[in-house]
Design a binder for this molecule. Structure first.
Ligand SMILES: [Zn+2]
Length: 351
């Protein structure tokens, strides 16, 4: 049986897809893009020609280079000007400037960004910003959603006793794998202490022959690769904390350390201290007023959330709480990008 969470999720995806299709259709019939927007910041994770199975955990995090290319084409057709995120706040703050901009950002520092995304950005002369978690670069921090993914995809029988929730679960069926992934994800997301929950997940994985830090090593760029990529004048780098913690759950001291020290470390890898920041997870329960103020205090000129929305006239005044639009593995259609740029799907969500 698919979990209730999985069912709800697929219903939500269908609803979003219907919204995007409806908007695309309306645009075809000549609905004008008249809202006074200032553009968009796109959020990406993996860019890889090999798409994961649609039902697989984390599948939404991966888009193909072809879709990235299409998204860039749509932005250019719509007259958006590609710029680096670090240059955006100044442009938004200029009252004389009414142009619309597009910024491409990629979170977590995955190796496929250099291999598959960078060549697309280079072909189109589009700047891009990659947000780096130094604990991933230094292979000291596991990527828990990947650990959980490996665990449910590579084993059939999981002993949850070390995790303290159950004894054994048999997960031969696809839906059961998704349900177990959701359960593990909830255990991390709902934990008061995220570090403890991740440590538990890591030892659960280890007990099933999975090495969580080997996954980090396999998926993310190390310091040498980052230095190589930094030679690309279009490549920019931002901080994404030391440990990819949900910042709303850490104390003031650690909040500051996660921001300031990760910026220093990224500066060490790429030769220039970053002025931009992405909140881990980025959704409402991971970014609050305290975190937004801390990012400003830490000296970032721009900090991005994953709160969906386009840039507006007022975005410049809230430069450490910028919305982003996810380029998502489930909606890889040119017409969907055009629909997102209209801003209509976000207004529909709010009603
Ligand atoms: Zn992230």
């Amino acid at each position: 049986m698919p979990s209730l969470q999985a069912l709800k999720r697929s219903a939500r995806y269908e609803l979003i897809r219907a919204g995007l299709e409806g908007t695309a259709l309306a645009l075809n019939f000549g609905l004008p893009l008249t809202n006074p927007q200032r553009g968009v910041i796109f959020a990406l994770h993996h860019v890889d020609p090999e798409s994961p199975a649609n039902w697989a955990p984390n599948a939404w995090l991966s888009i193909t280079p072809t879709f990235l290319e299409q998204a860039i084409e749509v932005c250019k057709e719509e007259g958006l000007i590609p710029i680096a995120l670090e240059d955006l706040p100044e442009r938004l703050a200029d009252p004389q400037d009414t142009r619309r901009y597009v910024c491409f950002t990629l979170d977590d520092g995955y190796r496929d960004n250099a291999r598959f995304a960078a060549p697309v950005f280079q072909r189109h002369a589009v700047p891009y910003t990659i947000f780096i978690t130094s604990g991933f670069v230094e292979r000291t921090r596991s990527i828990w959603w990947k650990t959980a993914q490996d665990l449910v995809m590579r084993t059939d029988d999981v002993d949850l006793s070390t995790f303290g929730i159950d004894t054994r679960v048999n997960i031969e069926q696809r839906a059961e794998r998704v349900a177990l992934f959701d359960r593990l994800a909830n255990a991390v997301n709902d934990a008061e202490n995220e570090d403890t929950a991740i440590a538990r997940l890591d030892s659960l994985a280890a007990a099933h022959g999975i090495d969580p830090l080997a996954i980090t090593e396999h998926l993310t760029m190390n310091a040498r690769e980052l230095a190589e990529l930094a030679a690309d004048p279009l490549a920019h780098f931002g901080a994404h904390t030391l440990t990819h913690a949900n910042l709303t759950k850490v104390d003031d001291k650690r909040l500051e350390t996660e921001m300031v020290q990760s910026a220093a470390r990224v500066g060490g890898y790429v030769g220039a201290k970053p002025t931009t920041f992405a909140y881990p997870y980025g959704y409402a329960s991971a970014v609050g007023a305290r975190e937004i103020a801390a990012a400003r205090q830490a000296g970032f000129v721009a900090a991005v959330t994953t709160r969906p929305g386009l840039l507006s006239e007022t975005s410049g005044k809230a430069a450490t709480a910028l919305p982003r639009v996810s380029l998502n593995g489930f909606y890889q259609r040119k017409r969907y990008v055009r629909a997102l740029l209209s801003g209509l799907p976000f207004r529909l969500r709010q009603t």
